[in-house]
Design a protein around this ligand. Sequence first.
Ligand code: EPU
Length: 285
Amino acid sequence: MPTLIRENVPLAPYTTFRLGGPARYFINARTVEDVVEGVKFALDRNLRILPLGAGSDVLISDSGFDGLVIRLANLRGVKVRGDRAYLMAGEPLPRIAREMAERGLSGFEYVVGVPGTVGGGVAKNAGAHGREIRDILVEAYVVDGEGNVRTYRRDELGLAYRSSLLPELGILVEALFKLEEDDPAAIRDRIEEFLTYRERSQPWTERTAGCMFKNPPGEYAGRLIDLAGLKGFRVGGVKVSEKHANFFVNEGGTADDAIRLIEYVRDRVRRAFGIELEVEIEIVR
Ligand code: EPU
């Protein structure tokens, strides 16, 4: 067994929801070579791979993941050339938003309140305040299923509302972004504005996975769940946030509580409005 790979590692501490069972195999990647080693290990043993960034936007089942988790949060690094930034997958989006502001580079400020990493942000085409990662992405460097590093241009990544082709293409290790020069003070002002909005409207100090459902076309999932009277509704130790109904808060529950609450909320919204809510987070079983 390669020394970097550990067995039976609890995953809940590596998620923002703080839910879920263990990974059968786990690697805490610090370099691209570590990622390649993990992919080859999985290939040899025919294991599924779960890339994990900051652990937001994910719900791991209580039985855990019967494959290899490649954790990317420690794959760090920033290189800036003029208005172009090469960012490693594990860089946290809020930190990048602030660093780019200090460098007088605009484009990342809207993700200052997104509790994810560059890798997760590209894979889910993270968005907020009317902007998305695809607005600034140039290309992505991805380790494919055989362990080769490949380059994909933005238009090859199938970036859509909170989704992309990355789960099929491989594991993003680095990405190139094109930013715009701007006054650091003006960028900082926008950052403060976005943070104020988020602090006012979202349960940002609680254990959540981010928004649970995608917004249906022309609607808001949070508004529908709220109108269905479900704020504060609880299954076991997981409840619908009183602050924003599209967030679930873990108050000492289980992944099973969260999965049952997802089904209950979908059922109530379907009956009340005839709208089928689509889950935004990744449910890992
Ligand atoms: N609303 C309610 N009740 C609630 C929550 C919201 O009536 O409990 C109403 C609000 O009053 C507003 C509308 O629903 O009129 C939209 O709410 P909000 O402005 O909070 O935005 P959202 O559509 O719920 C989206 C993204 C968030 C992102 C915010 C800010 C999705 C699913 N959600 O939320 O992204 O942070 O905009 O730009 O697209 C995420 O993807 O994980 C996420 C949190």
